[in-house]
Every structure is written in structure tokens, then in C-alpha cells.
Design a binder for this molecule. Structure first.
Ligand SMILES: NC(=O)c1ccc[n+]([C@@H]2O[C@H](COP(=O)([O-])OP(=O)(O)OC[C@H]3O[C@@H](n4cnc5c(N)ncnc54)[C@H](OP(=O)(O)O)[C@@H]3O)[C@@H](O)[C@H]2O)c1
Length: 349
């Protein structure tokens, strides 16, 4: 039985986790049989890219078609490159800020764009703007004949109260702080070249992927496990299993348009921090203390109704992710040590 019809009760090893994140669901396999051309993943060296590249590779193999997956990054972590190559993903080291180097990249039909810079922005704002805006300028021009799925973020929206149910794609962007402004810049530059060259484009506004080695659930669960209080100043969040986020992003290759299609990608819940923390406490047989209650907070929340109508409900329910995450933390499972800072609402990262 496939991982997509029968979820395990726990995820005990990184191999098991990676297998879950990269098992292709049937509709993705069918899409690989349908779409023309190879796939290039730009910025594959980050937290999501490795599993997205391998997911695409496995879907192609399951479809029984000939199609390359090429991963491009600087490969700051050389292990990432080795792992991708071992799994059949070709790799091309490239600093995408270098226009001449971008010009040498193969003009592949399908582009998944994952480059981004967030943490460390404060004090190094110019590098964030260059990474989030100049790189799109290089890529948008070079890949004008391709179809482009571009990872963006729910941080381009204004902060909203939990009762809103999250921003839909129709809400006008109103980014807070330079990181979020640069992310809107990324979208606008891609849109400009899409409009200029009629390049099909899909902007994927993602809120918080969950992969057990990092993520909002890791951040909350770890605090509860260590007996540290949970701040309810930011009382709600959105999250989605990383396998589902990557699956939907790849499926978006068939939902690119010019002018751009915009899609919120996250889970169906406006998840309550209190609910999640109490669920962790129960699983740890521990207590949990809260601070910052009763503040009428505004926060980053997106409404994924459109994506869910398009692709169906995510395959891993929130409570299952919480159970997996609790077990992972209790067993001392590896952490990427990359906190999400999901409770930051002043735009400073
Ligand atoms: N993970 C989430 O929950 C989440 C939530 C919202 C939005 N997003 C967005 O989704 C995308 C993927 O997420 P992620 O978590 O995998 O991001 P990430 O960990 O920041 O990875 C992005 C990768 O892009 C590569 N990169 C950066 N500058 C580059 C350059 N000049 N040339 C070539 N490669 C470059 C880097 O790898 P190298 O160092 O190897 O080059 C980096 O690790 C990002 O755009 C992020 O903003 C993610």
C-alpha cells in the first residue's frame, strides 16, 4: 500500500521521513506522463529543495517517461549535491546572482524557482534585495520560453486577525518590513517578465512547510518539551506537510498563466497555537504554560481554499503531523536548527 493511502503512526528515522516526503502521489505521476520537457529546480539547496527534486525524480520514474530533473544552487552544503546525484537528480552549481552564469544554464521547459533569502536580513538588507529581486530578474529573462512555478510567501499579505480565516489571493499585498517587501519585489519582477514575454507563471504563496527537522510544529513542540512557556501573542498559524507543499508546487506546472496565476499553498486550518501546544503537552504527558494571552493580535494567515479545491485536502492531517513531530522530538530526531520565527510580526528577520 502506498504512503499516500496509509499513513504510519510514527516516523522514526530520517530515511522513513525522506521516503514519506518523496513518495509520489498518483496525480503527480500522471502529470509527469502528460507534461512536455525536463524540469529545472533553481535554489534546490535549501530546506525544501532536496525533497522536491527527489519527489519529481520518483514521479517521473513511476510514470515511465524520459525526463531529466536538474537541480541548481550554489550548494553551500555539498552533502545536498551528493544526495541529489545519488537519487538521479543532475546538479549544476551556479550563483544565480551572476547574470553571465544564468545565461549559461540550459533553457529547460519547466522551472521550479525556490531561491530565497530571509534570515539575516536585518543589517544585510542589500543582499536580501539582490537575492529576492535581482535573481528573479536574471531568471525571468533567461527562462522566458519556459513555464515557471515560483515559490513566494504568505508574508506579502497584510497581517490579519485569526477570525478573518486568512488572506485570500484577492487581498492586495501590503508587506511589512524589508524581507516581505523584497518578496513582493520577487513576485513583481517575475510578473513583469511574464507580462513582457507571455511566459506562463504561477506564484505559490506558501505558509510554513512541516518536515519534522524544522517547522512551526518543531518550534512549538520543542518549547513544550523543554517546559518553556508558549507565547500566544501570535495565536494562530498555517502549516502544511512539506510533501504536500512540494507535490502541489509541482502540480502548479499545469496551472501557469500570463498574467500570473497566484495560489496560496498551506493547510486548511487556521491552526490555534494553544490547541497545538496542549496537544504536544498531552503527548509528552507534561504541562504547558502560556503567556501573552488576550492580546488582539494580527498575524500572517493565508486562506488555502482555492488550492484545496484544485488539488484536494492535504494528505497528512494536522493532528498526524503533531503526533509525528512529538515522537521525533522525544526520540531526539535531528533538527536543522533553523527556527521559523513564525511569531515575528514586525517584519524584522
Ligand atoms: N520552508 C517554508 O516553510 C517556507 C515558507 C514560506 C515560503 N518559503 C519559500 O519557499 C522557497 C523554498 O523554501 P526553503 O525553506 O527551501 O528556502 P531556503 O531554505 O531558504 O532555500 C533557498 C535556497 O536557495 C539557494 N540560493 C539562495 N541564493 C542563491 C543564489 N544566489 N544562487 C543559487 N542558489 C541560491 C540557497 O541554497 P545554496 O546555498 O545551496 O545556494 C538556499 O538554501 C523559498 O523561496 C522560501 O522563501 C518557504
Amino acid at each position: 500500500m502506498s504512503a499516500w493511502t496509509s499513513l504510519p503512526t510514527s516516523v522514526e528515522t530520517e530515511d522513513a521521513l525522506d521516503a514519506l516526503l518523496t513518495t509520489p502521489p498518483p496525480d503527480l505521476v500522471e502529470m509527469m506522463a502528460r507534461i512536455d520537457g525536463d524540469i529545472i529546480v533553481l535554489g534546490i539547496g535549501g530546506k525544501m529543495g532536496l525533497t522536491l527534486g527527489v519527489l519529481a525524480r520518483r514521479a517521473i520514474e513511476a510514470a515511465g517517461v524520459r525526463k531529466s530533473v536538474i537541480g541548481v544552487s550554489r550548494f553551500s552544503d555539498p552533502m545536498c549535491r551528493d544526495t541529489l546525484e545519488a537519487q538521479g537528480v543532475q546538479t549544476l552549481p551556479c550563483d544565480l546572482l551572476d547574470r553571465a552564469a544564468v545565461d549559461d544554464l540550459p533553457r529547460v521547459k519547466n522551472v521550479i524557482y525556490m531561491v530565497g533569502r530571509k534570515f539575516g536580513t536585518k543589517g544585510a538588507e542589500p543582499l536580501t534585495w539582490a537575492s529576492n529581486v535581482s535573481v528573479p530578474d536574471n531568471v525571468g529573462q533567461h527562462f522566458r520560453e519556459s513555464r515557471l512555478v515560483v515559490f513566494s510567501t504568505g508574508c506579502v499579505y497584510p497581517l490579519v486577525p485569526a477570525v478573518s480565516g486568512g488572506c485570500t489571493e484577492g487581498v492586495a499585498p501590503d508587506p511589512v518590513g524589508e524581507y516581505a517587501q523584497s518578496c513582493l519585489g520577487r513576485e513583481r519582477v517575475f510578473e513583469h517578465w511574464s507580462n513582457t514575454f507571455a511566459t506562463p507563471l504561477c506564484l505559490v504563496r506558501l505558509n510554513y512547510a512541516i518536515d519534522l527537522r524544522y517547522g512551526v510544529l518543531y518550534d512549538i513542540g520543542k518549547r513544550v518539551f523543554e517546559g518553556r512557556p508558549i507565547d500566544l501573542g501570535v495565536s494562530h498559524f498555517n502549516a502544511i506537510w512539506q510533501g504536500d507543499a512540494n507535490h502541489w508546487a509541482l502540480r502548479c506546472l499545469e496551472h501557469c498563466a500570463s498574467p500570473a496565476n497566484v495560489l496560496n499553498v498551506t493547510g486548511p486550518e487556521t491552526a490555534s497555537v494553544r490547541f497545538v501546544a496542549e496537544a504536544f503537552a498531552e503527548l509528552f504527558s507534561a504541562g504547558v504554560d502560556f503567556v501573552g494571552e488576550g492580546t488582539d493580535g494580527r498575524m500572517y494567515l493565508s486562506n488555502a481554499a482555492r488550492a484545496i479545491a484544485q488539488f484536494g485536502y492535504p494528505s497528512v492531517p494536522l493532528i498526524t503531523m503533531i503526533r509525528w513531530q512529538a515522537g521525533w522530538i522525544q526520540r531526539g530526531g535531528r533538527s536543522l536548527d533553523k527556527p521559523t520565527h513564525f511569531a515575528v510580526v514586525d517584519g524584522e528577520y
